[in-house]
Write a protein that binds this ligand. Structure first.
Ligand SMILES: [Zn+2]
Length: 143
């Protein structure tokens, strides 16, 4: 028996949801340049064919891992992709080093995959997903 909750959405949420599934123009999801700043530990930078530039920190990418397991975990915790886990309430939280991949590989012509130092590697970051998660002020404001 399924216990799937009924989602009640406002008109705005509905419009936003519809927007999120609208296909993006091809040049908006075609990377012209992809830079994975592994040695600097900085993150990922993509220059898109339509001239837009995007950048993500590795922390954002790890917390935004699009694999089924991470998606489920985020849904359960009510987190958005890229939103860090809530800090535990202990007095002396354990130091956790910022997430970093040990390597990154293209997946076909449509995505990027990271081998995270914590051993996780299930997430396939499609260009479409990345473009929709662009962290620039303009895109975040529009979202
Ligand atoms: Zn994952």
């Amino acid at each position: 028996m399924s216990h799937e909750g009924i989602r009640i959405m406002t008109k705005e949420q509905e419009a936003h949801e519809a927007d999120a599934h609208r296909p993006l123009p091809r040049i908006a999801v075609t990377p012209a340049k992809v830079r994975v700043l592994l040695t600097e530990g900085k993150g990922l930078e993509i220059d898109w064919a339509d001239g837009h530039k995007s950048a993500w920190s590795f922390a954002w990418l790890r917390d935004g891992c699009p694999c089924a397991t991470c998606n489920e975990e985020r849904n359960q915790q009510g987190r958005k992709p890229g939103q860090p886990k809530a800090k535990s309430a202990t007095l002396l939280p354990m130091y956790t080093p910022p997430p970093r991949p040990s390597s990154a590989h293209p997946v076909g012509r449509y995505a990027l995959q990271f081998n995270w130092q914590d051993g996780h590697s299930g997430g396939i970051y499609s260009w479409d997903y990345l473009r929709r998660s662009c962290q620039c002020a303009e895109c975040k404001f529009a979202a």
